[in-house]
Design a protein around this ligand. Structure first.
Ligand code: NAP
Length: 323
């Protein structure tokens, strides 16, 4: 199969590319050229920013992809722009979305006025009623922060009459190269022999995660299996533990015997008091992907966590975790 992948040289994208190559598919990459690794050099690279995609129409047509995988669609305009570029010769577009489309996400942020939706959230769970979830949020360093909205990206593709699409809603990803270092604060406290303090409600919060290699495998599967046409899939772990359970699992893997202390919000140190409504869980149901496409994680959770811990150790101020 021929696949044109937009933005597939980074954290999850590079892994998808490698897995597709390993399966014998022909992959061409469109990106600016700032992010890549030696093992991807042999592929066809089209260099440009995504607003230059129309300039490459003739070259894309010559490559004649069976599927376009868009790893980095963030805004409504970006989704709209892609259609005329590939319209006419495109078989299917696979677009990367996010669990932040669900209504519980705005509840978590203290927006909207709905009670929490029951979890795990299936692909048919209610979506946010507010738009642009990161607009004007302080402390974000993200080029498309003001206009980011995956709901609008999804709508543009799903409502277009001539496009076969697949939408993949990603969870919080972890693994080597995770710029958010999702587990680092907990691992650092374990190394420092500090008790880990959590707000009571936060300790019970469920938030879908996925190991980046496993998420890449799910994306590669949806790209190469035409049964994914016209389908939305949640990606992520099969069942979502509470935050307390997730930290305990990490602690067990590093032989940590410290304490996790849960407290009412007003008794936590102010720097740990987060302005989030923890009763809004973000646990996604991934049954559809498993039943319809036969998805199974290639890497077991314990191995995924151990590999991530080993990588995070390089980011710690002291490295005395036992594994
Ligand atoms: N991380 C998570 O936990 C999480 C959760 C939910 C959803 N997601 C979704 O996952 C996707 C991000 O994947 P990732 O982590 O692999 O991204 P990444 O590591 O940031 O990589 C970005 C890729 O896009 C290219 N790129 C960046 N800006 C570009 C531009 N203006 N024009 C053309 N190419 C550009 C980069 O290559 P060059 O630098 O060479 O251009 C690179 O290939 C997003 O759609 C995000 O919403 C992530």
């Amino acid at each position: 199969m021929k696949i044109l992948a937009i933005g597939a040289t980074g954290f999850v994208g590079s892994r998808v590319t490698r897995q597709l190559m390993g399966q014998g598919h022909q992959v061409a990459l469109f990106h600016r050229g700032d992010t890549t690794t030696r093992d991807l050099h042999s592929l066809i690279h089209f260099y440009g920013t995504r607003n230059q995609l129309p300039d490459f129409k003739a070259q894309f047509e010559q490559f004649a992809p069976d599927v376009v995988l868009d790893i980095i669609p963030f805004t409504e305009a970006q989704a709209q722009d892609i259609i005329p570029v590939f319209g006419g010769f495109l078989q299917r577009i696979v677009a990367i979305s996010s669990g932040d489309v669900y209504r519980n996400y705005e509840g978590l942020q203290g927006q909207g006025n709905r009670p929490p939706d029951a979890v795990p959230l299936t692909e048919d769970a209610p979506l946010r009623e507010t738009r642009y979830p990161y607009r004007d949020l302080e402390g974000l360093d993200f080029e498309f922060q003001q206009d980011y909205d995956k709901i609008l990206v999804e709508q543009v593709l799903m409502e277009h009459p001539d496009i076969y699409w697949t939408i993949l809603r990603l969870p919080a990803m972890y693994g080597a190269g995770d710029r958010q270092h999702r587990f680092l604060p907990y691992l650092q406290q374990m190394v420092d022999q500090q008790p880990i303090l959590l707000e009571e409600e936060q300790a019970r919060w469920r938030f879908s995660h996925g190991y980046v290699e496993n998420i890449a495998a799910a994306i590669a599967l949806a790209v190469t299996d035409d049964r994914a046409a016209g389908r939305i899939y949640n990606l992520g772990e099969a069942s979502t533990p509470t935050l307390l359970e997730r930290i305990q699992t990490l602690g067990n893997l590093v032989n940590w015997h410290g304490e996790i202390v849960t407290l009412p919000k007003d008794q936590l140190p102010s720097h740990l008091q987060m302005n989030l409504q923890w009763q809004y869980h973000l646990a996604m149901d991934t049954t559809r992907l498993r039943e319809e496409l036969g998805y199974v994680e290639p890497i077991p959770e314990a191995e995924a966590l151990q590999q991530t811990i080993a990588w995070e150790q390089e980011n710690m101020t002291t490295t005395s975790l036992e594994q």
